[in-house]
Design a binder for this molecule. Sequence first.
Ligand SMILES: NC(=O)c1ccc[n+]([C@@H]2O[C@H](COP(=O)([O-])OP(=O)(O)OC[C@H]3O[C@@H](n4cnc5c(N)ncnc54)[C@H](OP(=O)(O)O)[C@@H]3O)[C@@H](O)[C@H]2O)c1
Length: 313
Amino acid sequence: MDTNILVTLPMTDADRRRLTERAVNCRVRTSTPPGATAEDLGWADCVLGNLKPPAVLERYPNIRWIHTPNVGLDAYAPLAESRPDLKITNIRGIADHPVSDHVLALLLTLARALPRVLHTAGNPCNWGAREDYGPHCMTLAGKNVHVLGYGSIARCLVRKLAGFDGAVTVYRRRGEGNDPHVARFRALGELTSEVREADVLINLLPSLPETRCLVGAPVFAAMRADALFINAGRGSTVDEPALIDVLKNGRLCGAALDVFTEEPLPEDSPLWSLPNVILTPHVAGRFDGEMRAHIDFFFDSLERVASADATTP
Ligand SMILES: NC(=O)c1ccc[n+]([C@@H]2O[C@H](COP(=O)([O-])OP(=O)(O)OC[C@H]3O[C@@H](n4cnc5c(N)ncnc54)[C@H](OP(=O)(O)O)[C@@H]3O)[C@@H](O)[C@H]2O)c1
């Protein structure tokens, strides 16, 4: 395989060993911080990892393929016009378990009001909080959990939610589906009229022109004041000022957010200091073994293409 591969994935020593094992008949460069140089970019045929900003690919037509660890390909969408020849791949389904696990971790952290009582080094747990803890936390049994989106991650999540003995409602473009773990399917257009039933609303929508600010002021106004909101889809799908407004004014009980309109979340965002909000820095999709999976997927694909070329007369 006469291929120049530029690797920009963050890697552990074990990942580097795996890269060396797989990259037998090709030339590999790994870019080091702060990132790929113009020389690296001019040399590469393929990129394993992300390039920032993705628009840099417009200047390097020699790069024919980028394999990204992202699930949402929204960052690369503008290249469809300027680089229609560019092949962009990811691994469908790779984030199903990590994101669904992360959503459950956020949901339980909020539902059990853990920030009130959690002991961490330097932040001792408050034994006095035991007296009035009960009214601040909920159990999920019997609760209505509403999920926005029914993609690969949401399907994995609803299977896991079944163990909590609540009732799951899923919203998708057409409100239809057949899933033993879903009590009701509803159309996205029905969200504002249905969401009053929700104890928890979980957003797993992708970033698209059609989903921009889909969870906006009318949705938050329709939610009950004791409800919880979780976003692990994309920040652009939520009207963040409208969310901040209901959280500040006690018209929504709490929120757990992994994704934001602007990332990293700006230092002056009110979200940092709202007591009913917990945040993680867009890490829901991360897991141990992730980079090894990308390395194997990439080289398996490369080998398939090489053997197809070799057998094509
Ligand atoms: N926080 C993180 O670290 C993290 C990690 C991975 C992924 N994500 C996010 O999670 C999202 C979902 O991932 P996935 O793997 O489950 O995606 P997926 O399998 O591609 O599912 C996409 C979902 O989006 C819906 N959809 C597609 N086009 C739409 C439109 N025009 N309007 C409204 N809904 C539309 C689909 O609805 P239908 O059911 O109607 O077809 C489907 O439910 C990703 O796009 C990404 O943004 C976040």
